[in-house]
Design a protein around this ligand. Structure first.
Ligand code: ZN
Length: 244
């Protein structure tokens, strides 16, 4: 089930409530030579951060950070203030090793393929494919958290053949269910309104759950989901299975 059918956007509806969701228009595809530019990659023409000022905000229940000119749901989702980024895909050149915050969130919310931006629910068994960093000696466990959107079956062969950029060594994971978890972002100190260093081992961002008291002080940069019913697979085996 896609997140946009229940959990992400409809708030009070029960988790299994079917909701009619119009299919999204097919996003424009960009290539560098024969290599597909990932849907979630930013472009140099989008690399101009809007001028914004972080300030203290008094919310309905908590204090936290906000923009001086904050604008409703465009800036805030589920209590988290989101980083502002320009949106102009195709402008300039692609930055293949980076992630566009809003397209990443869009992909996670609607379970879109991180490469082509189309729905990633194209497997006959209803499972999603995620590519997670392969860490020697660490097993993929139920509840695994990730900020990397899924990959559709059509794009898996491109990844294996090297026609789609793979960010790091990965293991493919088939996932039965995906739930919203929180965000990855920069946590601000209430006293100074300056970002504090990440607690996650040198990572750029800190993972903050939606029920974490630090959420009102976090500038969200990635949507994070948790994965359930996980089965790890070799990428080559997955490609053969997809072809079959
Ligand atoms: Zn795809």
């Amino acid at each position: 089930m896609r997140l946009d059918q229940c959990r992400s956007t409809t708030g009070g509806l029960p988790p299994d409530c079917p909701v009619a969701v119009p299919r999204r228009p097919r996003p424009r595809q960009y290539f560098v030579g024969t290599m597909r530019v990932p849907y979630i990659a930013p472009w140099t023409g989008e690399n101009v951060p809007p001028r914004t000022a972080i300030t203290t905000r008094y919310g309905r229940s908590d204090m936290g950070i906000g923009y001086a000119d904050e604008y409703g749901i465009a800036d805030r989702r589920r209590g988290a203030l989101w980083i502002r980024v320009s949106v102009n895909p195709g402008a300039g050149g692609p930055l293949l090793d980076r992630v566009h915050a809003l397209r990443q969130r869009q992909a996670m919310t609607h379970m879109l393929c991180q490469y082509c931006g189309r729905p990633a629910d194209d497997r006959s068994d209803g499972r999603y494919v995620f590519l997670l960093p392969a860490v020697t000696g660490r097993l993929i466990t139920d509840g695994e958290r990730t900020a990397t959107p899924p990959v559709c079956g059509g794009c898996v062969p491109e990844v294996v053949r090297g026609r789609a950029p793979l960010r790091r060594g990965c293991v493919a994971v088939l996932v039965e269910d995906v739930t919203v978890w929180g965000v990855a972002g920069m946590v601000y100190a209430p006293e100074t309104l300056k970002p504090v260093p990440s607690e996650d081992g040198g990572e750029r961002f800190t993972l903050v759950a939606y029920d974490d008291p630090r959420l009102p002080w976090t500038l969200a940069c990635r949507e994070v989901v948790s994965l359930h019913g996980c089965t790890a697979m070799d990428l080559e085996d997955l490609t053969e299975q997809t072809a079959a």
